[in-house]
Design a protein around this ligand. Structure first.
Ligand SMILES: *[C@@H]1O[C@H](CO)[C@@H](O)[C@H](O)[C@H]1NC(C)=O
Ligand SMILES: *[C@@H]1O[C@H](CO)[C@@H](O)[C@H](O)[C@H]1NC(C)=O
Ligand SMILES: *[C@@H]1O[C@H](CO)[C@@H](O)[C@H](O)[C@H]1NC(C)=O
Ligand SMILES: *[C@@H]1O[C@H](CO)[C@@H](O)[C@H](O)[C@H]1NC(C)=O
Ligand SMILES: *[C@@H]1O[C@H](CO)[C@@H](O)[C@H](O)[C@H]1NC(C)=O
Ligand SMILES: *[C@@H]1O[C@H](CO)[C@@H](O)[C@H](O)[C@H]1NC(C)=O
Ligand SMILES: *[C@@H]1O[C@H](CO)[C@@H](O)[C@H](O)[C@H]1NC(C)=O
Ligand SMILES: *[C@@H]1O[C@H](CO)[C@@H](O)[C@H](O)[C@H]1NC(C)=O
Ligand SMILES: *[C@@H]1O[C@H](CO)[C@@H](O)[C@H](O)[C@H]1NC(C)=O
Ligand SMILES: *[C@@H]1O[C@H](CO)[C@@H](O)[C@H](O)[C@H]1NC(C)=O
Length: 254
């Protein structure tokens, strides 16, 4: 009892002290309120701002998912959002098959602790933002069956924790960026049914944990690199419906 009441006193003193600091900070102007040390205290507010920015870019929402994204409940309880229970930082966004129309804001790069994004089967469009490269804990990036356009962002090469990179069925153009050779932990790589060009990179053969590789339904040219034969764990593989040529010893995948 004594212990807990003294803790409470300390807490009150702390809150009082902290409140004073906050007062001083707001008196000094908000510009001063962004030193690195404030990021822990304000981090949850940052996450809230990003989620609201995301909501702002949803232009159609027939199931009214986004109406639950309001301040009557904490954002960790918003539909599709999961948080770390102790830090209240956003961990995943799961908004699969919600018929959402919109785009991903660059501010998503501020969701520092995000480990998974699943927007599969909606109608998201516009470019996939380079800012995703700031999400260095990201393990699942699942944007398949949408209308994303433009090129695959080179910057996701920084998401070296990625296990799933699923961009299947969008309208992406350009080559597979060589920078993505850094994604050595990928288990699933789905780029099929887009309008990608160039050649199939031989460095995919370095992804020793890869078990599913779908890159068909694009405009790739050239031949299937022999290096893909190094992928001994591969269970599913398709390069169908490209403009590939050359000899392929598919027996290497047997
Ligand atoms: C942010 O964290 C503080 C301190 O833990 C808490 O009092 C506040 O309710 C949180 N705000 C949001 C929006 O999570
Ligand atoms: C706010 O969200 C809650 C559920 O999270 C919902 O019950 C309520 O209707 C929403 N409010 C508005 C104004 O949409
Ligand atoms: C939640 O955050 C705590 C403190 O940073 C961390 O130790 C824990 O592993 C996190 N949990 C999850 C599920 O990410
Ligand atoms: C947070 O807590 C809830 C309820 O206790 C639990 O169901 C959920 O799995 C926890 N989430 C994480 C990320 O640990
Ligand atoms: C988040 O990131 C964007 C662009 O990367 C930046 O302009 C913005 O100020 C940041 N802060 C918040 C709270 O979203
Ligand atoms: C690309 O990723 C790096 C590393 O995370 C980051 O510092 C940089 O801001 C990102 N670029 C953009 C345009 O967000
Ligand atoms: C997309 O995300 C969901 C949920 O995270 C997951 O169950 C599904 O397997 C993912 N897709 C792929 C190709 O992994
Ligand atoms: C894909 O490329 C072909 C040929 O370059 C073009 O005719 C077609 O319209 C493109 N499709 C999309 C969805 O961009
Ligand atoms: C792929 O692995 C080989 C052998 O380990 C290495 O020589 C090569 O530089 C790697 N390629 C890339 C693009 O990382
Ligand atoms: C397929 O590739 C050949 C050259 O390798 C090229 O001449 C032809 O135009 C390509 N076809 C398509 C549909 O891209």
């Amino acid at each position: 009892m004594e212990h807990s009441s003294s803790t409470q006193t300390k807490l009150l003193v702390f809150i009082h002290f902290y409140g004073l600091i906050l007062l001083c900070m707001s008196a000094a102007g908000l510009e001063a309120a962004t030193p690195p040390s404030s990021s822990t205290a304000l981090g949850n507010e940052t996450d809230r701002m990003v989620l609201l920015d995301f909501k702002k870019r949803i232009v159609d929402d027939p199931f009214l998912i986004m109406s639950s994204w309001n301040d009557s409940v904490h954002f960790c309880s918003w539909v599709g959002v999961t948080c770390n229970n102790s830090t209240k930082r956003v961990l995943t966004m799961e908004l699969q098959s919600q018929k959402l129309v919109g785009s991903i804001p660059p501010s998503i790069g501020n969701l520092t602790y995000l480990t998974g994004i699943n927007l599969r089967k909606n109608n998201f469009r516009g470019e996939i933002p380079q800012e995703l490269g700031r999400l260095q804990s990201l393990q699942h990036l699942n944007l398949s069956v949408n209308s994303f356009s433009g090129k695959i962002p080179t910057n996701i090469s920084h998401c070296t924790e990625l296990r799933v990179l699923d961009l299947y069925s969008n309208t992406l153009i350009g080559p597979i960026p060589d920078q993505l050779s850094s994604l050595l932990d990928l288990n699933i790589l789905w780029f099929d049914t887009n309008n990608l060009t160039g050649t199939i990179p031989s460095w995919i053969g370095n992804f020793s944990s890869l078990y599913s590789l779908y890159i068909g339904g694009n405009n790739f040219q050239g031949s299937i690199p022999n290096e893909l034969g190094h992928l001994t764990g591969l269970q599913a593989f398709s390069v169908a419906e490209n403009n590939l040529s050359g000899k392929t010893s598919l027996s290497q995948f047997a």
